[in-house]
Design a protein around this ligand. Sequence first.
Ligand SMILES: Nc1ncnc2c1ncn2[C@@H]1O[C@H](COP(=O)(O)OP(=O)(O)OP(=O)(O)O)[C@@H](O)[C@H]1O
Ligand SMILES: [Mg+2]
Length: 399
Amino acid sequence: MKVDLSGIFSDEIVKARDDYETALSTGDRIAVSEKAIHISNLLIKMAENNPSQRDHYLSAAKKWDAVSKNIPPAGKTTVKKRDAGLTSPEISSESENISELSEFRARAESCLTRTTVVWNDIGGLFRVKQLLMETVVIAGLKRPSSVKPWKGVLLFGPPGTGKTLLASAAAGSLGASFYDVKSESILSKYFGESSKLISALYNSAKEKEPSIVFFDEFDSLTKSRSESTSEASAKLLSGILTNMDGLSDKKNDRFVLTLAATNTPWDLDKAVLSRFPRRIYVSLPDPPAIKEIIKIHASDPGTERVNLDLIAEMSALNHYSGRDIQSLCQQAIWNMVHEKNPELFRLAELPFEELNRRTLKVRPLENDDFKAAFDKIKSPVTEDDLETYDSWNMEFGEV
Ligand SMILES: Nc1ncnc2c1ncn2[C@@H]1O[C@H](COP(=O)(O)OP(=O)(O)OP(=O)(O)O)[C@@H](O)[C@H]1O
Ligand SMILES: [Mg+2]
């Protein structure tokens, strides 16, 4: 079986590049040469691991090899970063470009994850799933040029309702490359350089298509506009919108779909909203959906002895999200485990091999397991919040 190691090498290359910079700043020529060789070797491994980008990585590896061999034998003992003739000027500037590109590429690809989530892992949300499936299918099909696929879809709704899960399922079902980008963290880490990162991200996504680029906490990009991060977030946002638009409508368009998620859609300004014409409300689950979610999360001990209608009714009254229902099931399962194994903690004295020979006692869940669990799970969502979501959905959403 071929194992995808590109993520591991990407992380290593970022670290090696930092080590190289450190060696440069201390003026230790041997270390500089060693670090350059190390980077070159890593790039060769990345080339072996990424047939589609083999040439790009091999060319970068060659440049780094040249850098490692081009360090003058004598000179100053203390040098400043990128100073003192450690590399010849033309190699220096070229290799800097290449290494910067590789670095952004590596950072962008560190958001790349493999997901095995499929549509059936999601309980309820029938209409939402249908809308997303349709979006994915249209983008993949051969179609007349007048039928334009959606480039951006906004998922909005209360916390824990399954927005991230839906994005993962869209990618998982397609076997697509899934770029899971936390907007807040790229803003804080790449202050000022986020446009380069976004270009690297979309270039990688195009090469590794079909791809889904998922921006979580999307509101954080517009929320902070009036503060010190406003310029960086505006740049980042315009980088995303430009790259989304840059994906042409031609017939053989690469499949790159941008999904964005937020709990506070009203924080997004009109210009951003206009680029996400498909805005899908991911609401709290209704009782039939809650029953499906319970069956997914408590399938193992089983729920055949439970009055699911009653539990679902109570969960809906408590404004539980999918995440709350998952916690409720976990809590109920623990209540059952404690009841069946009251002396569980005593086993802590046993060696691990002995534990491995024993089996936990379990039984199917019962109403009482859930009853005790309800007290522990509190939803943060209020009736007022739901009204706010509903009215935003009526005005801007795809109802
Ligand atoms: N419809 C659902 N079916 C099954 N499990 C669900 C569902 N909704 C949520 N869950 C469970 O809750 C967890 C959290 O859901 P998820 O992270 O997708 O919520 P979210 O809407 O992205 O939340 P946030 O707004 O806080 O980012 C999931 O990993 C899953 O276990
Ligand atoms: Mg999420």
